[in-house]
Every structure is written in C-alpha cells, then in structure tokens.
Design a protein around this ligand. Structure first.
Ligand SMILES: Nc1ncnc2c1ncn2[C@@H]1O[C@H](COP(=O)(O)OP(=O)(O)OP(=O)(O)O)[C@@H](O)[C@H]1O
Length: 291
C-alpha cells in the first residue's frame, strides 16, 4: 500500500495518514531446542496520531512483535512498513520506552544529559539541543531536577526521564513496551495520565504494549488483542470513550466497564488457546491436510 504522506512542518505525517503497516508478519525462532513459532500472521496498521494498545497473554509474542516493528529482529515472513519505507533496521523516526528504565538510562549522566544524548546522535547543535531538552524535562514534570543522576530519583521519576528522552527526540512513532509494569499503582496512574497528555499535546503516534487490561482501555483509542502463541490478532477493539479522560470519571463510565469486560473475555479466551474463527478454520484445514 502506498502512503499519502502529507507531512506537517515537523516532518511527521499529518494526522490520519498511514504511519505503520504490518502485513502478514510471522516470526519463528530457531534454536538447538527446536523451533518456536512466536508470531503466525499479523496484519494491522496504525495511522498518524493514533494511540493503539496491544494486550495479550504472557508469552503471546508482544516483545517479539515490538522487536520486529523496531527493526531489531528480522521477521521470518511478512513486512513492516513505516511511512512508506520497509523496516529492515532501527528506523530514524521511531523511539522506544522499555519497562526497565534503570537499564535504559545511563547512571553516569544527569537527567538533562540522558535526555540530550539522542539529540546529539541526531546531529543537532548545542543551541538546538538546549531548548528541546528543557521543554521535554518540563513536560514530564522534572524541570527542577535536570542535574540529578538517575540513581538519585524514584522509579517513577526515572521512567519520566526515559519518556522525556523519547519525546525530545521528536519521534514520528513512539513504541512503549510495558513501560509502567515496574512502578507502584499510584505512580502508574500518574504516568498513564502523563502519556495521554503528551500524546494529545504533541500529536504523537503511540503503540503501547501492556499486560494490564484496564490500562489498555484507559489509554487506547484501539486495543489490539493478541491470541496465545503462535500469535494472531483475536480482535482489534475500538474504544469509544471520550478523548478527555481522567482516572475517576473514565474508569467509572459504564462504557469503560463494557470495553473492559469485552477485552478481558478476549484475553481469557486467548489464554485458553482459543483462536479467532478464521485462524481456527485454517488450523483445522492444516491438521486435515497433514493427517
Ligand atoms: N530468542 C528466543 N529464542 C527462542 N524462543 C524465544 C526467544 N525469544 C522469545 N521466545 C519465545 O517466543 C514466545 C513469545 O515470547 P515474547 O517474549 O515475545 O512474549 P511476550 O508476549 O512478550 O511475553 P511476556 O508477556 O511474558 O513478556 C515465547 O514462547 C518465548 O519463549
């Protein structure tokens, strides 16, 4: 499919333009212990400015998927296309935030230096970097600790640094891999609101992987539910909640409860090994053919 890439002054595609296209993606790991088919046949797309969450049972292949999307792992088949270009290595317009903030920040660099590093690698001059670093640190509420070292900060604050670093880079798409799994519940709620706020204010395109069903419904405009391994899509669920969300009102909205129930049931089915109808039929055909 071709991209109708009308771009904005920032170089990002205009909202609604095609951003990420995953077509027939599959991934099988080969090892001495045998082959592991992690991803079978994934097709979905993300438009510029969308917030898409991905949930699925443990071991479904979420990390494998993100690694294929970010060009860190070659797929066994199918394609990943970002802004019309096939992904064959880490793409320039992509940033990632991982669960393990402690490992992703450099302990010998200050908050500001951690945020600045990718901008140096991008080739920006010192005078260009300064305001972008300040803006990103302010945006995540760490404006008063630019000279602290990561190990002087709480877990939630460290994850804010990782988010600031990703945002300062001005990625066209931001991938987040269970970014709040290691922080306490209150901090997690604050960080969820921070991500929604940054997404809206900065016009980010976000792909957010989580184990947490409530979190996926609270954050996402869509929730893509993955089946058990080998992974296919169980359902791509549209979340019809207002764009203005907050922890109290949104989570007590009957529509939130309805979506939550639906996604929960899908994940339970996935855990039991149920598959979407089309794939189950294909598996039955394959079994019949092979017997
Ligand atoms: N390097 C590897 N070699 C062989 N198998 C692997 C490798 N990495 C992952 N797998 C297998 O691929 C499947 C998917 O793993 P993956 O880590 O992508 O799942 P996940 O959904 O991210 O899991 P979790 O939610 O528990 O983090 C699992 O069965 C896993 O054991």
């Amino acid at each position: 499919m071709t991209t109708t890439a009308t771009t904005q002054p920032s170089g990002r595609p205009a909202p609604g333009a095609e951003m990420l296209e995953v077509a027939g993606l599959n991934k099988t790991y080969h090892s001495a212990q045998g082959d592991v088919e992690a991803i079978r046949d994934l097709t979905f797309s993300v438009r510029a400015g969308e917030m898409v969450c991905i949930v699925g049972p443990s071991g479904a292949g979420k990390t494998t998927l993100l690694r294929c999307l970010s060009g860190l792992l070659p797929p066994s088949g199918g394609t990943v296309t970002l802004e019309g270009q096939q992904v064959t290595g880490p793409p320039k317009g992509m940033a990632m935030v991982f669960q393990e903030y402690a490992r992703s920040l450099f302990p010998w660099l200050t908050v500001a230096q951690n945020v600045e590093l990718p901008l140096k690698e991008k080739g920006l001059s010192k005078s260009e970097r300064g305001p972008k670093v300040q803006e990103a640190i302010d945006a995540v509420g760490l404006g008063d600790v630019p000279d602290s070292y990561p190990w002087q900060l709480s877990g939630g604050m460290q994850q804010r640094v990782a988010i600031a670093r990703a945002v300062a880079y001005e990625p066209h798409i931001l991938l987040m891999d269970e970014p709040f799994a290691a922080v306490d519940a209150q901090t997690r709620a604050d960080l969820e609101d921070l991500v929604r706020d940054l997404w809206k204010r900065l016009g980010l395109t976000l792909l957010f992987v989580t184990h947490d069903i409530d979190e996926s419904v609270y954050l996402g405009q869509r929730v893509v539910v993955l089946s058990h391994r080998p992974t296919v899509i169980m359902e791509d669920v549209q979340i019809n909640l207002p764009d203005e969300r907050d922890q109290l009102t949104t989570r007590s909205d009957p529509e939130f409860a309805r979506h939550r129930k639906h996604v929960y049931e899908l994940v339970q089915k996935a855990k039991k090994g149920e598959r979407p109808d089309a794939d189950a039929t294909a598996v039955a055909h394959r079994a019949g053919r092979d017997s």
